[in-house]
Design a protein around this ligand. Sequence first.
Ligand code: ZN
Length: 237
Amino acid sequence: MATINQNGTAQIRDNFTEQELKSGSWDAPESWELSDATLDALEYLRQWSGEPIVVTSTLRTPLHNASVGASSSSQHLTGNAIDFKWADPQVHDEMVGKLRQGIVCSGEVDGIVWSTLYERLGGKGGGFGWYETFLHIDDRGEEGDDTIMWDLSNNKYDQFNMDTQFNREALTDVDYCGGAPQEGKKKPGLLRVLESIFGGGKYSEDGALSFVDRLITYLMVLFLGITATIIYKKTKK
Ligand SMILES: [Zn+2]
């Protein structure tokens, strides 16, 4: 694990400093650990592309995680995950296209980029999430595991004929690219809010709740808080 100090300025990898990798959570600890394997994978993607990458999320505290409606088992809670995008939106789309074309419809991965990523993640597939404006990578799993992949890009990248069905466990699944591209299946907002509070939602790593979903979350937290206060006051009497 690499130690990240929220106020630090150290160079953590050739192309990433502590400031670029610091947690975006308002209640983040001063110092915390970020996965070396995930960092190596990120640095590899930066070098492979030759283009600047912006990190959009690393460690998330439980409070921050719940407020964005992300899974309570999110890899961001343990410092295993990094969300990122290429700084230039056009470059981003181009790189996403290249990555997607590296997945062929026999259910195999093709191309040096995926085999190198597998290696960088410690000989295990880790987790890889496709979103409309960013990508997610983490080093979950055991050595020899396949890559777990999910696609919430909502058909943005359909031209690469990647099945956008939510929760697809990729790369060993022969049906991975089968048939016409499907509409990305996002779970209903309320279900994701409940999952973020009470658990579940293995693949809804990155939440991205709508305004209405967020409002429901805040109201639920408020309601639970008031209920707890009333019960506490009554038992005190
Ligand atoms: Zn993520």
